[in-house]
Ligand binder design. Sequence first.
Ligand code: TXA
Ligand code: MG
Length: 533
Amino acid sequence: MMKTLVLSTEKEDIEKAGEILKNGGLVAIPTETVYGLAANALDSQAIKKIFIAKGRPSDNPLIVHIQKFSDISPLVKNIPEKARILAEKFWPGPLTMVLPKSDIIPKEITGGLDSVAIRVPKSETARMIIKSANCPLAAPSANLSGKPSPTKFEHIAVDLKGRVDAMINGEDCAVGLESTVISFCTEVPKILRPGGVSAEEIRAVIGEIEIDKAVLQHVENLENVASPGMKYKHYSPKAKIVLSELSFVDFQNLFKENKKAKALCFDGEEIFLETESISYGARYDSLSQAKNLFSALYETDQKGFDFVYARAPKKTGVGLAVYNRIIRACGFDVLKPKCKIVGLTGTTGSGKSTVAKELKKQGFPIVDCDKITKEKDTYSPLCLKKLAEYFGKDIAVNGELNRRLLAERAFVSKKETQKLNDICFPFIMEKVIDKINKYKENKSGVIILDAPTLFEANLDNFCTYLLVVTADINLRCERIVKRDGLSKQEAMTRISSQHNSEFFVDRADFVIDTSENEYIAQTNQFIKQIKED
Ligand code: TXA
Ligand code: MG
C-alpha cells in the first residue's frame, strides 16, 4: 500500500498535484462530469499504473484531458471541420471526441486502437491541475472497475486510499455523469457513449449523427464494439437493481408484492411508496437525474440495500445518458409494462384531437378525458353542489350544468382553473380508471389516455409514456378563434391560463408539432417508436 496524500484545491496543493503527475504519479481529480484518476498521458509507465489501481481491463482505452483546444494539435493527425465546430461550441465541457491519433500517444492509452479520445474539462480545478502538470492527462473515471463513477470526494476517499499518490478533496461534480463520447472515425460522426451534452444539442450544431447500438442494448463481450468501454459490466452497486418502465401507480404496487424490495425513485415520490427509498432527481428534469444518479447508487450500498426497483428516466436529451447508465447498473434487467399507457396531451389549439383521431383510426383504444368531462353522468349531484358553492349557484340549475358560464368563470386565471380541476378531478378520475381497466387486455398493447390537463390531474402517474402535441402559438390562437368562436383576445387568455409549450415538451417522450401539417407522418413515427420501445 502506498501513502495517499489528500490535497485541497488551494494553489500550493494544485502545484503539488502537478509535481506528482509530472513525475509519473497518480492523482484523483475532480472534473465537472465525474472524478477522474489522472496520469501523464505521454508516459507509458504512468498509464499502466492507472489500469492497476482501477483493476481495469487494459483494452479499454482512456480519455486524454487537455487544458484548452489549441493543445490538441500534437495529439491528433487531423481535426475534421465538424469536430472543430463542436469544440468551439462545447469545450470546455462534457464532450469527448475520438480522432485519429498522432504517434506521440502511447498505445497503452488507446488499447491498441489508432484513434484517441480527447476532451477539455470545464472544471476550473481540473484545468488548473493540467496546467500545473504541463502535460495532457489521461483520466478514466476514478471508481474501481465496475463500480458506479464517483461524483463526490467521499466516493473515492475510501476505495482509492493506498492505491494512488494523491487525491484532491474538491467540489462535487456539477454534471454527475461522464462526458458524451463522439467518434469522428466513421463516415457519419457517431455517439459511442451518451453524456452531459445531448445528441439533440450536437445535431443542432453539426447535423446528422448516429448513435451506437450499444448505447441502449446489451452487447456480448466477444462482439466487436466501437467503444470498448460499452462492453463491460458497469456502474453496479452491490444491490440487484431492476429497472421499472411501469407507470408510477404500477411501480407502487411492486412493493406490495415484494416486501423486501427498496426503491430508487424521483423527488417527492418517497412518501407514496411503502418501502425505504432513495430519490435520484426530479421526474421531468434529466439534468438533476444525471447529477444525482451515481450518488444515489452509492447510497444504496451505504444503506445495505439488497434488491431495488428503479424508476426509468426518459430517453430524450441528457435523459438518454441517465438511461444508458442505469440500464447497465441493472445488467439490462428491465420490467416492461404489459400494456403501454400513453398520455396524450398538449397546449390548447395544438391539434391534439386530430392526432387522437388518427391514432384511433389506426386501431388504438382512446380514453378521452375531455369526453368524460362532458358526459352528464360524470357530474354527480355531489360534484354539482361543490361547483355551485365555489363558482355561484347559477352554475347548476335543476341539476343541469351551465357549461358556458362555468368556462367563463373558471378559465379567467390559473387559480380559478385550478379550483375547477380540484373539484372535478376525483369524479372524472373514477371514470378514467374504469375505462383504462376495460381496455387493458386490448391486442395492440397500447392505450391512449387523451387528457388536456394530464399533469394537473396527476394522470401522468398512470402513464408509461408521454406524447405531447404542440404548435406555433399564433396558429393555435387562430384555431381556437375558428373552433370556439372566441375573439383573438379571449383565445389568448385561454392559452395563457395553461402551461406554456416548454412545460409540455420538457415532459414528453415524443413530440408531434402540427405547425407544418405533416402530423400523420409524425404520428406514424410515434407508432413505430412505441412498438419498438
Ligand atoms: O467524463 C468523462 O469522460 C470522465 C472524466 C474523468 O473526464 N472520464 C471517463 O473515462 O469517463 P472512462 O475511461 O471511464 O471512459 C472512457 C470511455 C470508454 O467508454 C472508452 O471505451 C471510450 O471512452 N474511449 C476512449 N478512447 C476511445 C477510442 N479511441 N475509441 C473509442 N472509444 C474510446
Ligand atoms: Mg468509467
